[in-house]
Design a protein. Structure first.
Length: 183
């Protein structure tokens, strides 16, 4: 599935948040500017069927908020992330193509040698106007963060990040010199 297909699905199969949903975003610290401004949006609402770590759009299923996930270099849609208001810490991607929500911020942190805020949820990311990132796929994301200063949400989050990012020290290679034969 291409990013263009995902973008078309979002346009065709979702709707804008209604007044009650918008009020919930306002209570969470996400104002209407963040809802509709790039790179954070537009946020939409759709009916999904979760399946493992991905989702499909469905006529009957769970109502979820959706954000298009954009490529860090050319801003094209490469995936979408869906989450439910009752548990924003649980999310699904449309096709599993994205590692980060906010990938451009990860790269800019590397380029500018600046600390990188990591958020637990898409909702927290939105509340901070899309500054920083949400790791969508930790096996890949952990390597993006090697030697990068990270800003956690709170002390518990800092401990969680340290556990996720800890890599066992690889075994030390044993290197030998080949002996020269006497001539």
């Amino acid at each position: 599935m291409s990013g263009a297909d995902i973008a078309a699905e979002i346009v065709e199969l979702t709707r804008p948040p209604n007044a009650d949903e918008q009020a919930g975003f306002d209570r969470a610290g996400v104002g209407s500017n963040e809802i509709w401004s790039e790179p954070n949006g537009p946020i939409s609402v759709g009916t999904i069927h979760p399946d493992g770590g991905t989702f499909t759009f469905a006529e009957e299923g769970q109502q979820a908020f959706l954000i298009p996930v954009r490529d860090e270099f050319d801003d094209a849609v490469i995936d979408a992330i869906a989450w439910r208001a009752v548990n924003p810490a649980r999310w699904w991607t449309r096709c599993g193509a994205a590692d980060w929500l906010g990938a451009a911020c990860v790269r800019m942190s590397w380029v500018l040698d600046k600390p990188m805020p990591i958020w637990r949820t898409p909702l927290a990311w939105l509340a901070h106007r899309g500054h920083g990132g949400v790791a969508l796929f930790w096996p890949t994301c952990r390597f993006d963060l090697i030697d990068l200063a990270i800003i956690a949400e709170d002390p518990q989050h800092a401990r969680e990040l340290e556990q996720r990012l800890w890599l066992p020290r690889p075994p030390r290679p044993r290197v030998f010199l080949r002996r020269q034969e006497a001539a």
